[in-house]
Design a protein around this ligand. Structure first.
Ligand SMILES: Cc1cc2nc3c(=O)[nH]c(=O)nc-3n(C[C@H](O)[C@H](O)[C@H](O)COP(=O)(O)OP(=O)(O)OC[C@H]3O[C@@H](n4cnc5c(N)ncnc54)[C@H](O)[C@@H]3O)c2cc1C
Length: 409
């Protein structure tokens, strides 16, 4: 892929784009009452959630949910160029997103046995199962190695006890991708395992958290849960390294060929400034508003380019040079999302805080953005943690560190 100079599709891409676009036109048809995308995940009706799940299965059956992955692991075995086409077209189709943590797949690919890969990866890559990543605990967020949940071996099972917090979304997953201490007497980082476990095993319970964002995050409790040893991935004291692969991809090392952060709210904001009068002129004519919007727009393009660069590096034998790049992408995405939140507030003023159906501008998207932009700091590691990783990867910190091994295919 040549992401800098590519301005038009190659004939192969154009032909494939037409095929994908025609398939999407047919497969995204849904009843009128399921058309509207909820602003926040917990507002999604069970009926729309079910529709999205089925859509993802249809996409997965074609190999288009994991286009780069080999067919034997549920992928489409397509080139990076055609993967880009799918990502762009699916993005344009406006299908609502649901929480499904697929960062487990790269970890399974690096650390799983061949038997685990052949069993789990096709289900994950074809969208047949949904996964929650359950790493965070009440006393182990940034310090993900400080977990207290234990998994003690008992014959061919592990007995898991403990709790996780800030996990997943408002609907039931099929699997949990989770960490637990397997050897309480071993030193930190070498005392834990990573498990891919059925989400409904006896002894697992869920409650929903009340957060400033309405995305249905869960507390999860493990009470003497018997987990088959076959669900341990990567060895019983190797869990730290296994989680690092998932987090490397979550941060963005594998790249992102979708839109840059905050684009949707920025589009709404630009429209709002054109349509809103202030002192006898459209808000968009105000030089200060123009300055804020143009800067945000440029920043969102920079983020998009970083996402494309990481995708290109990751998939073009340049992976060995990937060090700080994932965390750089994560840091920019987070700081930019928070900055866009401030721009929305500066431009829309008190209207950015209104959620009332009749009065709220942009159908309430600004108000929702105000809450979401604050929490953008956290998932997958805060901005401070991303800075820490970058410093370590650049050799600027007390400890030097390399990027975790990762693959997406
Ligand atoms: C919306 C949302 C979605 C989430 N989704 C998931 C999920 O699906 N699965 C999951 O497992 N977790 C999830 N999380 C949890 C997330 O990973 C943690 O919130 C995050 O890692 C920070 O942990 P903490 O909240 O415990 O903050 P703490 O670790 O207590 O940190 C508090 C503050 O101290 C700073 N800090 C901590 N350590 C250092 C340090 N060494 N140097 C400098 N500053 C430091 C942090 O940056 C932060 O500002 C989610 C969180 C949110 C808010």
């Amino acid at each position: 892929m040549d992401f800098v100079t590519r301005v038009a599709d190659t004939p192969e891409q154009a032909k494939f784009r037409a095929e994908v676009s025609a398939w999407l036109a047919e497969n995204t048809k849904r009843p009128e009452h399921l058309q509207k995308e909820p602003r926040e995940l917990a507002e999604m009706t069970p009926e729309l959630f079910e529709w999205v799940k089925q859509f993802r299965r249809r996409l997965g059956a074609k190999g288009w949910l994991a286009p780069l992955w080999p067919k034997e692991y549920g992928g489409g075995a397509l080139s990076t160029e055609l993967t880009q086409v799918i990502t762009e077209e699916v993005g344009r189709a406006g299908v609502p997103r649901i929480y499904d943590n697929r960062f487990v797949a790269p970890s399974m690919m690096v650390w799983g046995t061949e038997e685990q890969k052949r069993h789990f990866l096709p289900q994950i890559n074809r969208g047949e199962v949904l996964t929650f990543q359950a790493f965070t605990e009440p006393e182990a967020g940034s310090d993900a190695a400080g977990i207290k949940t234990t998994a003690i071996r008992d014959g061919d099972h592990y007995i898991v006890n403990g709790s996780k917090v800030f996990i997943g979304g408002p609907f039931m997953p099929d699997y949990l991708w989770t960490t637990a201490v397997t050897d309480p007497s071993a030193p930190r980082h070498r005392n834990m395992g990573c498990f891919y476990i059925p989400a409904t095993l006896p002894g697992i319970s869920y409650t929903t958290m009340e957060l400033i964002v309405n995305i249905g995050k869960r507390f999860i409790f493990f009470d003497n849960v018997r987990v088959p040893a076959a669900n341990l991935v990567g060895g019983d004291r190797n869990g730290w390294r296994v989680t690092q692969t998932s987090l490397e991809i979550e941060h963005g090392a594998g790249g992102n060929i979708g839109e840059g952060g905050g684009r949707s709210v920025l589009r709404e904001l630009i429209r709002y400034t054109r349509e809103t009068q202030h002192d006898g002129a459209a808000l968009s004519k105000d030089p200060n508003v123009q300055r804020l919007l143009v800067q945000s727009y440029i920043d969102s393009h920079v983020l998009r380019l970083i996402g494309l660069r990481n995708f290109w590096m990751f998939n073009n034998k340049d992976k060995a040079r990937s060090t700080f790049h994932g965390s750089q992408s994560s840091l920019l995405r987070k700081t930019q999302t928070m900055a866009v939140g401030n721009v929305v507030m500066e431009v829309a003023g008190p209207y950015a805080l209104i959620s009332d159906e009749k009065l709220a501008p942009a159908d309430g998207e600004f108000e929702s953005n105000q809450r979401q932009s604050i929490t953008a700091h956290h998932p997958g590691g805060t901005t401070e943690i991303q800075r820490l990783i970058i410093a370590r990867r650049l050799g600027l910190s007390r400890t030097a560190e390399e990027a975790a091994p990762a693959t997406v295919a």
